[in-house]
Design a protein around this ligand. Structure first.
Ligand SMILES: O=C(O)C(=O)C[C@]1(C(=O)O)C=C[C@@H](O)C=C1
Length: 251
């Protein structure tokens, strides 16, 4: 099976290398800067089109444009797999844009080059079958299991609802911490070090990922509002207890 990876940014490169240990992987990048790797072969757009499976590793906001060009050029029965950090929006775009004969399987590897530095064993991946036979979905589910991943099948809606309050909240808090220019300290507590780690990991990702996570997941707005209200509630409790002398155990 020839597996094509469309997009060789930080994640695309990492995923092409990881899959290249099991499959014949061809990496395609629209920017001419892409560098070859031991585990995959660089290819042209035409080379990518000849693959049996094409894995999209592009930003969420680029999916529509990429899908439009693939829709014109793909041969029937190709499997297109996305890897976006949200699921409802890209799967809606792919089903609307790609012709009927093209299979679509949604995935979200819940890790990247930073979080999988020690390997991918035990890390979660979400599988959202969209327009694909059960046989193909099961093949990839089994493949990811054999690679040591923890596979979770869920609908796009279930994924986005849950991811808003797990990944979405983490990136939001990480970016807020990034605004504070916090420094390491010789007396740093374990908890503080964890905060710095969250800042590093989230701010290391492209700014576009942050924007797209907050924009294209329909549940992140609510998460941000909940967070803002929680912040305000805690400040109000402090104001009441510190300034008014109220009992601090009463909230
Ligand atoms: O390991 C990294 O580099 C990541 O940032 C991975 C990370 C995350 O931890 O939020 C970022 C985007 C993907 O959707 C999944 C996971």
């Amino acid at each position: 099976m020839r597996v094509g990876v469309y997009g060789l940014g930080r994640f695309g490169r990492f995923w092409a290398e990881t899959l290249g240990t099991r499959f014949e992987v061809y990496g395609y990048s629209r920017t001419p800067k892409a560098i070859a790797s031991r585990h995959f072969t660089l290819t042209t757009y035409e080379g990518l089109l000849s693959c049996d499976v094409i894995i999209l590793c592009v930003s969420i906001s680029a999916v529509e444009e990429v899908a439009r060009s693939l829709a014109r050029d793909l041969s029937p029965s190709t499997l297109v797999m996305d890897t976006c950090s949200v699921k409802t929006y890209p799967l809606e775009v792919l089903s609307r844009t790609l012709p009927d004969g093209i299979d679509i399987l949604g995935t979200h590897p819940m890790f990247g080059p930073d979080s999988a530095r020690e390997g991918i064993a035990g890390l979660p991946i979400v599988l959202t079958p969209c327009r694909v036979t059960e046989e193909v979905s099961s093949f990839w589910e089994e493949t990811f299991r054999e690679m040591g991943l923890s596979v979770h099948r869920m609908t796009a809606e279930e994924h986005d609802r849950e991811a808003a309050y797990t990944q979405g909240i983490t990136h939001f808090v990480g970016r807020v911490l990034g605004e504070l220019h916090l420094e390491d300290s010789p007396i740093a507590t374990v908890g503080y070090r964890k905060l710095l780690e969250i800042r590093e990991q989230t701010c290391n990702d492209p700014w576009q990922l942050f924007l797209d996570l907050q924009h294209y997941n329909p549940y992140t707005r609510r998460m941000r509002e909940d967070l803002a209200q929680a912040f305000t509630r805690i400040l109000a409790v402090l104001d009441r207890t510190l300034d008014g002398g109220a009992d601090p155990s009463v909230r």
